[in-house]
Design a protein around this ligand. Sequence first.
Ligand code: GN1
Ligand code: MG
Length: 365
Amino acid sequence: MFNTLTVIGKKFRLEGEIYSYQAISMGNINATYKVTYMRADDTLKSYLFQRVNTHVFKSPVKIMENIDRVTTFIREKYPDQVGLHFHHTDEGLNYFVQDSDSFWRVINYVDSVTFNASDDLAVIEATGKAFGNFQMQLADFDGALLHETIPDFHNTKKRLDTLFMHVEEDAYGRVREVAAEVKYIEESRALASELSILFADGKLPKRVTHNDTKCNNVLFDRKTKEPLVVIDLDTIMPGMSMYDFADAVRFIANTAAEDEADISRVFFDTAKFRAFAKGFIGATKGALENIEIATLVKATFAITIELAARFLDDYITGDKYFKCVYPKHNLVRTRCQLALAKDIQRKWDELEWIVRDVIEKQLSE
Ligand code: GN1
Ligand code: MG
């Protein structure tokens, strides 16, 4: 690895010699390394080297164009904020293709902390605020400038259609084992698909969205625990604001990990939901339309079913998309998301009430 990183560093004209490096377990798709350089004046400077998974991201150059446009826009609009800086090669590109399967990019390392989970409601509210602000920052960015790098990324209806098509094919003989999971997704199909159908028909607001709003995609200041910057801009595309909200609470309000094997530990925590909603709605106050606010809970259910369907689809088609740490990892993820979806369904009315209550309290502030 050292030799590869050395070549990449030279390509991006980084100053000094590699002093240390470590693989960072970040995300389920790309490979990331933190690489620290010792410069001529004996100071250390760290970078993130990322090898983009080109099986998942089939048009990585378009992704880098999207990222370039969005980061430039945010930097110009908010010059005092911590921004993401992608380095350029001597050809002036913000990526380097080493061979057909090796697509690299280099980002300045931002000293910060991230949370994979948190029981601290203040941190959860701050995460909501960070993603809400991100939505607001890009409110006047022209979505037509963005490539749709993964078409139908959050088209729940199409995701479910794909799953059921692969269930029919059963290429790996795994469908027998997942009959109960397929049945529940089938029963949820209409409800979970509703928003994506309306969106595809142009009946819901189209915004520029992040599309991967897990809490570990927000960097926090080590000391103040205030959000610094939203990262992982690979999936920025036109989309639904409520799906950004929904994907975040799907992850952060789960009482267990996204891949918890013991589903008796998996619940949807309404206090965490409230905290995130407070941050997100507070930041987007006045900008979201009523229909977007009114569908936050439905979107939460929909994206949880969508993720279950994506994990299950990967399982029955041979585990080619998400990184798996053990053989049935995708099945475990599926079961966990379905347990969460069932709890969201049980708590639906209470969640709707919480959204209304958060709004009323903010109006009276
Ligand atoms: C993937 O790799 P990561 O964690 O950034 C996936 C998301 C899923 C997530 C589930 C491009 O994101 O859509 O919600 O795993 N990203 C892509 O953990 O498919
Ligand atoms: Mg991501």
